[in-house]
Each structure stands twice: as C-alpha cells, then as structure tokens.
Design a protein around this ligand. Structure first.
Ligand code: SAM
Length: 233
C-alpha cells in the first residue's frame, strides 16, 4: 500500500471525505489517506496528526515523496491537539484504532464544545462506544458501512452535528446498518451468531446450559437474530 494505492479499508474511509474538505487525519501513520485525497485533487489541504515519532517520520517521507509539503502538514501531537484554529478544519478522520481510543481522542478535543462538520470514524473495536459518544455530544450518524478487507471486517461510522436518540440496539449494531441490511454487514453478524452458537454448543456438551455464561451467549444470539430479521418486517 502507498498513497497511490490505498487498502480497501482506507479507500472506503476516503470515499466519505467530502470534495474540497479541509481534513485532519488523526493517527495518520504514513499519511496515505490525506496524500491520496490530495493527489486525486479531492481536497486542497490536510493535517496528518501523529502522537508517535516513528509513524510521523513515515508520514513526512510520504509527503516529501509526493511533493505535498505545502498542502499536507505533519504534526506531532496527541489527538486533536494537532489541529490549529487557523487550519479551518471541517472534516476529521480517525481510523484504524480501537473505539475507546477514538472516543478518548474525541473527548479530549471536545473541551470547548466545538463541532466538526464531518467526522469519519473507523474503529476496529467497541464501535458501540463510538456511537454512544456521538449521540451524547450532539452528533447524528449520517452513514455507516461495514467492509471486508483481507479477511477482516471493519466498520465505518460517519457523523455530522445534530440531535439523535439511539436505542441500545441501534448503538450496538448501528441505526443505519439495521435499516439498510447490507450484505457484508449481515454476513459479519451471521458469522458472529454462528461463533456464539458453537460456544453455546460446547457449554451444552459440558452440561453448562444453566450457567450465566450460557444465558449471556443465548441473549447475544437472540439480539443478533432480532436485527437480522428486521429486513423481512
Ligand atoms: N489511520 C491509519 C490507518 O487507518 O491505516 C493508521 C492507523 S495506525 C494502526 C494507528 C496510528 O494512530 C498509529 O500510528 C499511532 O501512533 C496513532 N495514534 C494512536 N494514538 C494517537 C493519538 N492519541 N493521537 C494521534 N495519533 C495516535
């Protein structure tokens, strides 16, 4: 992968960046995503924020290689501290991290209560925590997508300022995912359901049907079944 050839995961994230956005990519590692958008003339300005020196150096090398030093600024900073008021950033991407880390970054950057026009978040874990943070901080979810890249499933959540109330079910599975029932998303939850059912079978083989663990798995399976049957309602 390089700035000219994004992985399917990063290409899917990049697709949600609006044309002409002023972008901050937080946790930018090689700066592949902002460099790609600049090279394709989708955007004119971006920040590549990195907390670690090694990944920042990778980003600097990628920026120099593609002669993007005037329009793509590498910054060594923790989270949204990379963004300066004069950058006039309207779009933030945070991708390839755990959901808890993403919410910590959003929380620390929300100290003054300001909102970005577009948040594009790709959490590897704990996506429900990300949705919950968005709801509590007056963002509404405008797009959701699950993609399969190199054998791994990844979720993308896009949000903009607005009020929304999401049920526990919507927070866990995604309000738009439930409504849209996309094939990759269904496939992910069908696999998850099968995985949980095979654990339940193992517990049953050990006469553990009365255990709290068994009841917990059974409840999760029922929750998945409920969202998967939404389509036929
Ligand atoms: N965003 C790229 C992607 O999706 O391919 C890189 C993902 S990489 C797995 C995560 C990067 O986030 C690492 O380079 C790490 O140093 C950086 N990171 C972790 N915590 C951060 C923070 N608080 N602020 C900025 N960068 C952070």
């Amino acid at each position: 992968m390089d700035a000219l050839h994004l992985s399917d995961r990063l290409a899917a994230v990049a697709a949600y960046v609006p044309d002409g956005a002023r972008l901050a990519d937080i946790g930018s590692d090689h700066a592949y995503l902002p460099a790609n958008l600049l090279l394709n003339q989708r955007i004119n300005f971006a920040i590549a924020g990195e907390v670690a020196k090694g990944p920042l150096q990778n980003a600097e090398e990628e920026i120099a290689r593609h002669h993007l030093t005037d329009v793509l600024k590498p910054r060594l900073a923790d989270g949204l501290a990379a963004v300066m008021p004069e950058d006039d950033i309207d779009t933030v991407v945070i991708a390839g991290m755990g959901g808890r880390l993403i919410t910590n970054i959003l929380e620390a950057g929300h100290q003054h209560g300001e909102h970005y026009a577009h948040l594009i978040l790709q959490a590897n874990t704990d996506v429900a925590a990300v949705r919950s943070w968005l709801m509590k901080h007056h963002y509404r979810i405008t797009a959701e997508r699950m993609i399969l890249d190199d054998g791994h499933y990844y979720e993308i959540v896009v949000a903009e300022p607005g009020m929304a109330e999401y049920s526990d079910q919507a927070l866990q599975f995604g309000p738009l995912n439930i409504a849209e029932q996309a094939s990759v998303w269904r496939e992910y939850w069908q696999r998850e359901q099968q995985r949980l059912q095979s654990i339940m079978q193992q517990l049953a083989d050990q006469n553990q049907q009365q255990s709290a663990a068994y009841a917990n798995y059974a409840q999760q399976v029922a929750q998945i079944q409920e969202v998967l049957t939404h389509a036929s309602e």
